[in-house]
Design a protein around this ligand. Structure first.
Ligand code: CA2
Length: 186
């Protein structure tokens, strides 16, 4: 029986396997809940516009490694460190903002290469500030050796740290840094 005066949530409780984070679905909304138990930290790795073209064009600037190859290296290193990497790419600013917002309650930290949105998006910076998770900004190229408009990042002010100019290695270093920043679970 529900306590008088308190409305039971008209929703269902779902977990994505084992204990850890699940979510309550109430109507069209999802509310993340922690279900207890031990689990690995989750690091969301977000990639912005045109990074899906890596390895196919501009190898002199961005190297020959594809985004799939970087993903494989990130997942392998994350596995060694006992961290789960959730790797994504989108050409749409709104997707990146949605993913950053959703990370609250579902992830422990974010590695972010927002690509060209780095230099233009106050909205992504606001989302990073609002989510309150540690964010490491990564750029494949050394943006400071490039055009002046790439020298300014809206994200660096709200990022925990910034890694530039080391190609795909920068992502792996960011996973290592994130693993040492995040408290061990369990
Ligand atoms: O160096 C980085 O990682 C950048 O975030 C890459 C962005 C650029 O706008 C930033 O200033 C620095 C561009 C990503 C586009 O990637 C391409 C890959 C291959 C061919 C063309 C674009």
């Amino acid at each position: 029986m529900p306590t008088p005066g308190r409305r039971a949530l008209p929703g269902s409780l779902r977990s994505s396997g084992g204990l850890g984070y699940g979510h309550i679905i109430a109507g069209k909304r999802r509310f993340p809940v922690h279900l207890g138990g031990s689990m690995a930290s989750t690091v969301l790795v977000l990639n912005g516009p045109n990074l899906n073209l890596l390895g196919m064009r501009e190898p002199d600037v961005y190297g020959t490694e594809t985004l799939d190859e970087i993903q494989a290296r990130v997942e392998a290193r994350a596995g060694e460190l006992g961290v789960t990497a959730d790797f994504r790419q989108s050409n749409a600013e709104g997707d990146l903002i949605e993913w950053i917002q959703e990370a609250q309650g579902t992830a422990d930290g974010i590695i972010l290469n927002a690509a060209a949105f780095t230099h233009s998006s106050v909205a992504i910076a606001d989302a990073v500030e609002a989510v309150g998770l540690p964010v490491i900004e990564v750029h494949l190229s050394n943006v400071f050796r490039r055009e002046r408009f790439r020298h300014h990042s809206h994200l660096s002010r709200v990022a925990r740290g910034v890694i530039v100019g080391l190609g795909g290695d920068g992502y792996v270093l960011a996973v290592e840094a994130m693993a040492s920043i995040l408290p061990r679970k369990g």
